[in-house]
Design a protein around this ligand. Structure first.
Ligand code: GLN
Length: 488
């Protein structure tokens, strides 16, 4: 069976029609993994036996008319910072090398309740800090479209696994762009849901006021269907919201929309600040111009808008995210979790040596930055000021959404770069210039493949941003665009 380009929607149909069993499907993926993993290296761990056991159990449920839903028996790959009971959860860090989750994240529980087969743990930048997967303590995931290039990050393993056809769909996490940027680099769809839409219980926290879990998939419909599965309020995450979804869910809403897909009456805002950025490549500009023409053809009307505080988003993000990270990562002390230095002789050296040896250089850099901006004397100058700027950034979006329904931007200034190309951390940070503002504001955004950069021959993604909890509008716009590109 050829599974390479199979979508969630197609897999569900095949299983429903009895054209394939879950065991057959999962075997085909395991073969595909064996074929491409030596070059792609997307997975940190894979328990083949458990995959086949889960598949067998799914087939038995289906045979007795007790399937848990349309997706029962379909493989899903999870980023290695989302807990699944009995599986490793290393966050691609040496400090969690031998850590096995004692419980399921809420999203993992929801996947299981829907019958999904958990297949593999995806590589990432250590503790989700990075934009290329080069910060993983274990391996370098390669971009399946050109193995000389990075897959993006931090959810690069999830993106590469989907793009290489090693899995049907994956989950990633997005704190400043970590779902959308690798999705764009690998030519797949990635969604950062509205803050609060998805429970983060069981996601290893990076920056708690920014983190969201979201789908990474081969199509917009698949992403919508996955969001249906994982969204919802959760008493275990007090930031999760009891937010409404369209009747029947996001995927059902798209099925209705597909009957007559038009964007007539939709106002799409183009923020001038996002297209005048230094370093935005000609290839990206050209694909964005083509995408705009396609959206106009669908009936959308483009309006010029301004998000004036965007220029402060990077600086603001790189104060707030490290500040929160320094607090969140304090728990990795060599006592309660994971690695303990064999060189430690007393309590203090246990902390210092375990952390010093267990964390990689980027994580250390963030902890130091975060501790500095929170320290007395600098707290007001950096942290408090960044919080004020954050309010202004959020206000920009609120104002902009008075003039338009959806905002259109590139996802990244350029396509996937080569390994080692961004050895200066500042250069690496700048690959997120279009994505971080969204996390600071809390709204939702999707990265949709829009075509190839004619110079680099690598994929370009466009970002469609919608107001808080308007994922349905975001999905409809993205789906119409996808159909216009001739993608079913
Ligand atoms: N690349 C950004 C960073 O390094 C965003 C990471 C993320 O979204 N997890 O912080």
């Amino acid at each position: 069976m050829e599974v390479r380009n199979l979508t969630l929607r197609q897999a569900a149909e095949l299983l429903r029609d009895g054209a394939v069993t879950s065991v057959e499907l999962c075997r085909a993926y395991l073969e595909r993994i064996a074929e491409v993993e030596p070059s792609v290296q997307a997975l940190l761990s894979l328990d083949r036996e458990s995959v086949l056991e889960q598949a067998k159990a799914s087939d038995e449920r289906r045979a007795s008319g007790k399937a848990l839903g349309p997706y029962d028996g379909i493989p899903v790959t999870i980023k290695d910072n989302i807990a699944a009971k009995g599986y490793p959860c290393t966050c691609a860090s040496k400090i969690l090398r031998d850590f096995v989750s004692p419980y399921d994240a809420t999203v993992t529980g929801k996947l299981k309740a829907a019958g999904f087969v958990l297949m593999g743990r995806a590589n990432m930048d250590e503790f989700a800090m990075g934009s290329s997967c080069e910060n993983s303590a274990y391996q370098k995931t390669r971009n399946p479209l050109n193995t000389d290039c990075v897959p993006g990050g931090s959810s690069g393993g999830s993106a590469a696994a989907v793009a290489a056809g090693e899995t049907v769909i994956a989950l990633g996490s997005d704190t400043g762009g970590s779902i959308r940027q690798p999705a764009a680099f690998c030519g797949i769809v990635g969604v950062k849901p509205t803050y609060g839409r998805v429970s983060r219980f069981g996601l290893v926290a990076f920056a708690s006021s920014l983190d969201q879990i979201g789908p990474m998939s081969k199509s917009v419909y698949d992403a919508a269907a996955m969001l249906d599965v994982i969204c919802g309020a959760d008493p275990k995450d007090t930031t999760s919201l009891p937010a409404p979804v369209p009747e029947g869910g996001f995927a059902k809403d798209l099925e209705e929309f597909e009957k007559a897909p038009t964007l007539k009456g939709l106002r799409i805002g183009i923020p001038k600040e996002y297209f005048n950025v230094e370093g935005i490549s000609d290839g990206v500009k050209k694909v964005c111009a083509d995408a705009r023409a396609k959206l106009e053809k669908l009936g959308a009307e483009f309006v010029d808008i301004s998000l004036p505080h965007t220029k402060y988003a990077m600086a603001c993000y790189y104060i707030i995210a490290p500040a929160e990270a320094s607090a969140n990562l304090a728990r990795f002390d060599g006592i309660r979790y994971g690695y303990r230095s064999p060189n430690a002789t007393d309590l203090l050296s246990t902390y210092l040596d375990s952390r010093g040896e267990g964390f990689g250089p980027e994580v250390v850099r963030r902890i130091m930055l975060g501790t500095y901006v929170l320290s007395s004397g600098y707290y007001d100058a950096y942290y408090v000021r960044a919080q004020k700027v954050r309010t202004l950034i959020r206000r920009d979006f609120t104002e902009a959404f008075k003039q338009c329904d959806v905002i259109f931007t590139p996802v990244t200034p350029a396509t996937a770069f080569r390994f080692g190309e961004k050895s200066d951390p500042m250069q690496m940070y700048l690959s997120d210039v279009f994505t971080t503002a969204l996390n600071l504001a809390g709204t939702c955004g999707i990265s949709v493949p829009a075509g190839m950069d004619e110079n680099t021959k690598m994929p370009v993604g466009i970002q469609l941003i919608a107001p808080d909890l308007a994922e349905d509008r975001m999905f409809r716009t993205a789906r119409a665009f996808e159909l216009e590109r001739g993608i079913n």
